[in-house]
Each structure stands twice: as structure tokens, then as C-alpha cells.
Design a protein around this ligand. Structure first.
Ligand code: NAG
Ligand code: NAG
Ligand code: NAG
Length: 324
């Protein structure tokens, strides 16, 4: 549990007690928050690429404790869970996982990095649980406004054989909505009614139904920064503009940016609030879906996951603001 006292103490830079999360930090370098990473479809926590990202986070901001989110004990089970499962249950599992981690759960806050679908799932974590609370959320190529086509064959052939046909024909069945992960963030504006009725994950987490969940808005608006990266040449996550919460007419290709949509104007999620405070960032990354360079990552880690006191000094009020 996070206490107001702890945050207040932190804000005055006078924290004296050695807390577990603090082990690798000192007064001079500032407080290095832990980082959690949720990987994308077809990936798993044992993959070398992910380990390298973790190492890069540590070398960019020394002392960063990195936790790779996992939905199974081994890599193959974790990978399978990116395709199959009920996202509501997966997020609940991650809430338990983070709250049970002795370092994450005693930190004043954590930073979060989501790759592809892991980005909208981390947003789900924030909206539904946020304990430990997220300070900065960074997402790369995430489908915040869903996908309107299934291009998963481009990612993984095994998945094609298993489920793609089901996604095409049976996406709104309760079978798909409770068991096939990408179906739970499928959103084609041409099928809005079916989506609002059946979507197990995205319609809820985006507060698109008549009854809005105020907790979702309050939690998301409590972020210090929400930085979204869109891959410029993304042809895998369709439409790529979903990374920015834009809506794309699947017939004409016409793009309606977030600022022109009710989710923003009526502020169903606190995005407008964040934006007006300069906390919502729209960034692009060159290249195809998830083709990330160390340079891009290092820049993002420097900008968003730097030690807390440093950030506070360059942007006054940052820590205090977090304690709402
Ligand atoms: C809103 O979300 C919170 C967190 O998941 C949940 O506890 C609460 O029951 C939800 N409220 C409504 C009205 O659905
Ligand atoms: C997904 O899991 C939640 C929690 O167990 C359950 O309430 C919901 O009905 C499930 N979704 C579907 C589509 O079965
Ligand atoms: C997409 O554009 C077409 C052509 O302008 C229009 O008829 C259709 O209603 C649009 N779809 C949505 C969901 O707005």
C-alpha cells in the first residue's frame, strides 16, 4: 500500500528509511522507480529480445529493477497466453502478480512499458487496479482503439492455423470473446453495435458503454505521463493510428484523431485531462510494427524512466502531483 506520508517525504527529498525498492538508489542519483514490461502477441518473458530490453533499461537508468510480466511459469505457456485466454482474468492475474512482488509493492510507484497488445493491457491494469500505482506509462504500437483486421499471420504462423478463421467468422461469439485474446480488442467502427454488446475487454476499458466507470478515469488521469508511440510504417497492427486512439473508417481510410472523438471530448478516460496538463505524449517511431532500435528505446527510457528526483527538478511538482 502506498501512503501519503511516504510520498510527502519523498517529495521533500528527505526519505531516511531504507526501503527494499530503494536498495540501488541513493540521495545523489535520485529514486529509481522499478519498471514493469508487458510484452506483445507471440512473445514470452524468456525471449532474448525482451531480456535485452530489460538490460537496456538497466544500463540507461542504473539501479532500475525490471519485472517482466508473465502469465505462466515457463516461456511456452506465457506465449500461449498471448493468444488464448480471457483478458479480464489475465489482467486480474497481473494485478495479483505485481501486488505480490516485494519490491514493486513497496515502491512509491512503478513505471510501465507496454509493447503492442501489452500496452492496452497495462492500461487495463492501471484502470482496474493500479496498485502499485504507475507513474509513467509508455506504449509502443499498442492498439488503444483496437484492431479492425487480423494480420496475425504476419506475426505468427502457428496462430494463423489455430485461430484466425475463428476470428474472422466468430469474433463476437462468447467463445472467441472469452478465449481468443485479439478478439477482445477487435473494433471495427462498421460493427460498433456488436462491439459494444460483446467486446469482453476493449469496450469496457475504453469506457465506451453507456455506464462509465469513474475509477477507470480517475486512475488513468493520475498518470504523470502517458506516452504513446506509433510505428510510422506499421502494417501489422491495423490501423496503425490505433496507437494514438484514432479511429479509422475501414472503408475509406479516413482518420478521426483522438481530439475529435467523444472519448476525448467527453473525457471518458481522463485523456483530455492529461492532455491539457501536457502529460499525454504522441510520439512516432520509424519503421514496421515493433521494429525497435536501441536508440529509440534508450531515448524513451531517458525521457520517461529517469530517476524521480531528477524528473522532479526539471519538472517541478511532479511527485507531489502523483499523490492524489
Ligand atoms: C469500476 O471498476 C472498478 C475497478 O475494476 C470496479 O471495482 C468497480 O466495480 C467498477 N464499477 C462499475 C460501476 O462497474
Ligand atoms: C471473462 O472472465 C470474467 C471473470 O472471470 C467473466 O466475468 C467474464 O464473463 C468472462 N468473459 C467471457 C466473455 O466469458
Ligand atoms: C465510413 O465512410 C463511409 C463513406 O463516407 C460512410 O458511408 C460510413 O458511414 C463511414 N463509417 C463510419 C463507421 O462512420
Amino acid at each position: 500500500m502506498r501512503s501519503m506520508t511516504l510520498l510527502a517525504t519523498l517529495a521533500t527529498n528527505a526519505l531516511a528509511v531504507a526501503l527494499p525498492w530503494q536498495s540501488a538508489t541513493d540521495a545523489a542519483s535520485g529514486t529509481q522507480l522499478p519498471l514493469v514490461i508487458w510484452h506483445g502477441l507471440g512473445d514470452d518473458f524468456e525471449r532474448e529480445g525482451l531480456t535485452e530490453v530489460a538490460k537496456l533499461a538497466e544500463s540507461t537508468n542504473p539501479g532500475t529493477y525490471v519485472h517482466l510480466i508473465r502469465l505462466a511459469k515457463d516461456g511456452s505457456g506465457d506465449r500461449s497466453a498471448t493468444f488464448f485466454g480471457n483478458v479480464t482474468e489475465q489482467i486480474a492475474q497481473v494485478c495479483e502478480q505485481l501486488a505480490a512482488d516485494p519490491i514493486l509493492s513497496t515502491a512509491p510507484a512503478i513505471n510501465a512499458l507496454g509493447f503492442s497488445q501489452g500496452g492496452q493491457f497495462l492500461r487495463g491494469y492501471i484502470e482496474r487496479c493500479n496498485s502499485p500505482p504507475v507513474h509513467n506509462l509508455v506504449t509502443f504500437g499498442s492498439q488503444h482503439n483496437g484492431i479492425s483486421a487480423f494480420e496475425s499471420c504476419a506475426i505468427d504462423n502457428w496462430f494463423c492455423r489455430g485461430a484466425e478463421e475463428l476470428l474472422r467468422s466468430g469474433r463476437w461469439t462468447s467463445f472467441a470473446q472469452s478465449r481468443v485474446v485479439p478478439a477482445q480488442y477487435f473494433r471495427d467502427p462498421e460493427e460498433l453495435d456488436a462491439y459494444l454488446e460483446h467486446s469482453n475487454f476493449l469496450a469496457d476499458i475504453n469506457n465506451e458503454r453507456v455506464v462509465k466507470n469513474e475509477t477507470y478515469k480517475k486512475n488513468l488521469a493520475s498518470l504523470n505521463r502517458f506516452a504513446m508511440f506509433m510505428f510510422e510504417d506499421d502494417t501489422v497492427a491495423v490501423p496503425k493510428q490505433s496507437a494514438f486512439f484514432s479511429e479509422v473508417n475501414s472503408t475509406t481510410g479516413e482518420v478521426t484523431p483522438l481530439h475529435e472523438r467523444p472519448i476525448y471530448n467527453e473525457d471518458w478516460l481522463g485523456l483530455k485531462q492529461l492532455d491539457e496538463q501536457g502529460k499525454l505524449h504522441f510520439n512516432t517511431s520509424p519503421g514496421q510494427h515493433m521494429h525497435l532500435s536501441a536508440k529509440t528505446l534508450r531515448k524513451a527510457f531517458t525521457q520517461y524512466f529517469a530517476p524521480l528526483e531528477e524528473s522532479r527538478l526539471s519538472r517541478p511538482g511532479l511527485v507531489v502531483q502523483r499523490g492524489l
